[in-house]
Design a protein around this ligand. Structure first.
Ligand code: IMP
Ligand code: MG
Length: 175
């Protein structure tokens, strides 16, 4: 089995997309001080670029979940591997995710976080694949709509590899 990769979004396009999202967030969160929760591991590169474009006072925390077990297919089971460490009760919370596919992961995470009584809970995802959606999820801020392909790079992995690539590439699995 070999893998063929094709570039989907190059570094400069991603950068422009991140800036555009940051402008919206700078406007919408003006006068507020949100807690930004990065969903690990995939969103860490996006988070690092996004927060450096934000001009609002903010806090950062991390929620470590696993939804895919070393394959390109969702298991449907979401496990919280590490909970957040900041108290979000009464706070404005912004979830930062890499990609929404079936929506199972974010649906589980939002239910989990809502029980902690935040004042508001919004979602910012770099990428969104619409076609395989199983759970209705409102993505408040979306960087790019992408086709139904497995993607790697810019934090996104295949079997834990390729997170370091600067572009986002589609990966065709060849049998
Ligand atoms: P969902 O639960 O099907 O919406 O999948 C969301 C999670 O699966 C994301 O947090 C990603 O970590 C992972 N995922 C979904 N699609 C891809 C992909 O194309 N490449 C890498 N990871 C993906
Ligand atoms: Mg993820």
């Amino acid at each position: 089995m070999g893998n063929k990769t094709v570039r989907l979004l190059k570094k400069s396009e991603i950068k422009r997309g991140v800036k555009r999202l940051a402008q919206q967030l700078n406007d919408d969160y003006r006068e507020r001080s949100p807690i930004i929760i990065c969903i690990l591991k995939g969103a860490f590169v996006f988070l690092a670029d996004l927060i450096r474009e934000l001009e609002i006072p903010l806090k950062v925390d991390f929620l470590f979940v696993s939804s895919y077990s070393d394959s390109t297919r969702t298991s449907g089971v979401v496990k919280i591997l590490k909970d957040i460490s900041i108290d979000i009760e009464g706070e404005d919370v912004l979830l930062v995710e890499d990609v929404v596919d079936t929506g199972l992961t974010l649906s589980y995470i939002t239910n989990f976080l809502i029980r902690k009584n935040p004042k508001s809970l919004k979602i910012c995802s770099l990428l969104e694949k619409k076609i395989r959606r199983e759970k209705k999820i409102k993505i408040d801020y979306c960087g790019f709509h992408i086709p139904n392909r497995y993607v790697i790079g810019y934090g996104l992995d295949f079997c834990e590899k390729f997170r370091n690539l600067q572009d986002i590439n589609t990966m065709e699995l060849l049998q």
